[in-house]
Write a protein that binds this ligand. Structure first.
Ligand SMILES: [Zn+2]
Length: 200
């Protein structure tokens, strides 16, 4: 009798555990901003963009085959499909080289290394773009967050997101994917400017 009631209790307890484990988690984990995240943690910056950019308005038009021929798989995923590359494992996050970052899709100069700062996020971060007119912005409400998506106006390539927790003087943080950028050293940039800034 004693064994039987003990067995009954065990079955009852197991049932409680199973039902607790199967209960759906109704509150999704809040996505933290990248600055609050440890490396590898999911951040606002690390989530792909949910914005669908109207590419028909972009001035540079390429066919899918042309885009794929021009870009690596990662560049295509990020710039053309609004993806996100991994933090700390991308080309420019830690780069201190003096020069200018161009759009990978159309060779428009977008960011200057003089405006780059170490945000601790693992992505190249700038407190201002070279020319604000070269960047388009969209409200991105994916993943339960409101973020400002940033893209190149000339070719529509997705760049990253803009946050309002950057350093002075702008207080902005352009959190940009390396995969969307192509770096030119200052001397090469000056040469490019002297030649009239022809697209490659
Ligand atoms: Zn572009």
């Amino acid at each position: 009798m004693k064994t039987r009631s003990l067995l009954f209790l065990l079955v009852l307890l197991a049932g409680v555990f199973v039902s607790a484990a199967m209960k759906p988690n109704s509150t999704p984990p809040a996505a933290k901003d990248a600055l609050e995240c440890a490396p590898g943690e999911i951040s606002a910056c690390g989530l792909p963009s949910n914005v669908v950019i109207d590419l028909s308005k972009a001035k540079v038009q390429r066919t899918e085959a042309q885009w794929r021929a021009r870009l690596t798989a990662m560049q295509y995923r990020v710039a053309r499909e609004q993806g996100t590359e991994p933090p700390f494992r991308n080309e420019y996050w830690d780069s201190k080289a003096d020069g200018v970052y161009f759009c990978v899709g159309c060779d428009t100069p977008l960011f200057d290394s003089r405006h780059k700062f170490d945000s601790g996020t693992g992505w190249p971060s700038f407190w201002q773009p070279l020319e604000k007119a070269f960047l388009g912005e969209e409200r991105d409400v994916g993943f339960g967050m409101i973020r400002i998506e940033s893209h190149c106006v000339k070719c529509g390539s997705h760049l990253g997101h803009v946050f309002e927790d950057g350093p002075r003087p702008t207080g902005l943080r352009y959190c940009i994917n390396s995969a969307s950028l192509k770096f030119k050293l200052r001397a090469d940039y000056d040469k490019w400017v002297a030649q009239g800034g022809a697209a490659n």
